[in-house]
Write a protein that binds this ligand. Structure first.
Ligand SMILES: [Zn+2]
Length: 424
């Protein structure tokens, strides 16, 4: 009996998947796409591979970085050639996923299945659409108006508001700013940000001490156009949705900040930095917001994936003046996170001594232009077909452990007058 019941459920699942292939635009466009992983790269190897990436416009899910595996998405026609090239370079490639569309369909099946049993809009058992995120933010604003107020960062290309919640028990304190989903497909960022909102409001009693010394600004989705597009059209959409080229929309928002911005004419590139620094309304808004709120002395940009806490510089491999403090606070946060269930994070500058430089990125801008002394990108854990589609059952554990790191960050927010002046 057991065998036949299992057989029936497998059959039901296969029928669903077949249907999903035919009906889901998002899955269909990735039919037979492969995900390839290299061995852990050294300094020279990561630089060779990033030059190759630059030439071919490949979609790196995990960038070639010193001390890390690179992970990349390949179109079916390119896969064999890329695999050969990586083998020739002795980077020991292995195929993680043979057909990405299947993984997308499975992910959506799981999300729908969990949703059908869901009682509350936010329970960290599932990924949330932008509407669900907004609904939860509305609830929090309504229920905790004594400590929560809503501000808008700006309006996106498609007319959506970029929302930020200010959680504060009173004026005069320094603040930490946390944002998620600057890269649309990195779905684990928003629930981590939402969990912080949840802990500071619904679990205020446990967190009142922290709110006595620091304010929080939390913006779960700073690229809402891209985030919606990643749900509705293209699961692995990374950029904004601005119209620069009819065939290739969008800008890599995390190459659009006004620090060491580097032009690029290839609008189809996944890391296209835009027509000018802060050309994207999303980034213009975020820059102005951070500039105006001078009490923000700690900036955190949530990304996935990589299990690392990374800090300036991304645009140079020189050690930044705050390097010792960035290492100290980063390690303290990583240690606090590890105590929850043993998850290991590495702590280092974005380049990590390598030469794969990134220009126009958030942490460099916040640090270099605004002089916010402590700025980090957290590369949250990956999973699924190669990284972005971490399974829903991992959301709560990731959110819980990351909250421990965010608390350490908040406790290290320096007084309101400490924005650095050296670049002015
Ligand atoms: Zn990212």
């Amino acid at each position: 009996m057991r065998v036949s019941r299992n057989f029936v459920s497998i059959l039901t699942f296969s029928v669903f998947l077949t249907a999903a292939f035919e009906t889901t635009v998002s899955a269909g466009r990735y039919k037979d796409f492969k995900v390839i992983k290299t061995k852990i790269l050294g300094v020279h190897e990561s630089s060779v591979l990033s030059q190759l990436a630059f030439k071919s416009g490949l979609d790196f899910w995990s960038l070639p970085r010193n001390g890390k595996n690179a992970i990349l998405l390949c179109e079916p026609q390119q896969a064999e050639e890329i695999f050969k090239e990586l083998t020739r370079l002795e980077l020991r490639p292995e195929i993680l996923t043979e057909d990405v569309s299947r993984e997308i369909a499975e992910e959506r099946f799981k999300i729908d299945q969990i949703n059908s049993a869901k009682l509350k809009v936010a329970n960290w058992e599932n990924f949330m659409t932008l509407d669900e995120i907004n609904q939860y933010m509305d609830e929090v604003v309504a229920n905790y108006s004594n400590i929560v107020s809503e501000l808008e960062i700006g309006t996106t290309t498609e007319g959506r508001a970029t929302r930020v919640l200010h959680i504060s028990t009173g004026p005069g304190k320094p603040a930490i700013f946390i944002n998620g989903a600057i890269h649309a497909r990195e779905w684990i960022g928003p629930p981590v940000a939402m969990y912080a909102i949840n802990q500071l409001t619904e679990f205020y009693d446990q967190n009142s001490a922290i709110l006595n010394s620091v304010d929080f600004y939390i913006a779960p989705v700073v690229n809402p156009d891209g985030y919606v597009f990643s749900w509705e059209q293209d699961r692995f959409w990374r950029k904004t949705r601005s119209l620069n080229d009819l065939n290739c929309l969008g800008v890599d928002a995390n190459r659009n900040f006004d620090w060491q911005w580097a032009p690029d004419n290839d609008m189809c590139s996944l890391v296209y930095p835009g027509t000018a620094p802060a050309s994207e309304p999303e980034i213009q808004g975020l820059q102005s917001f951070l500039q105006e709120h001078t009490e923000i002395t700690f900036y955190v940009d949530l990304h996935s994936f990589g299990q690392s806490m990374i800090f300036p510089w991304a645009s140079s491999n020189e050690q930044s003046p705050m390097y010792p403090e960035l290492m100290r606070v980063g390690n303290e946060a990583a240690n606090a996170l590890r105590t929850v269930r043993g998850t290991n994070y590495t702590v280092h500058s974005v380049t990590n001594g390598g030469t794969n430089f990134l220009y126009g990125v958030s942490v460099d801008w916040a640090y270099g232009v605004l002089g916010i002394p402590l700025t980090y990108a957290i590369e949250l854990p990956g999973g699924g077909s190669g990284g972005f589609d971490i399974p829903p059952e991992e959301i709560l554990p990731v959110a819980t452990e990351t909250w421990e790191a965010l608390k350490v960050f908040a406790q290290n927010a320096q007084p309101t007058t400490t924005r650095l002046q050296w670049f002015k």
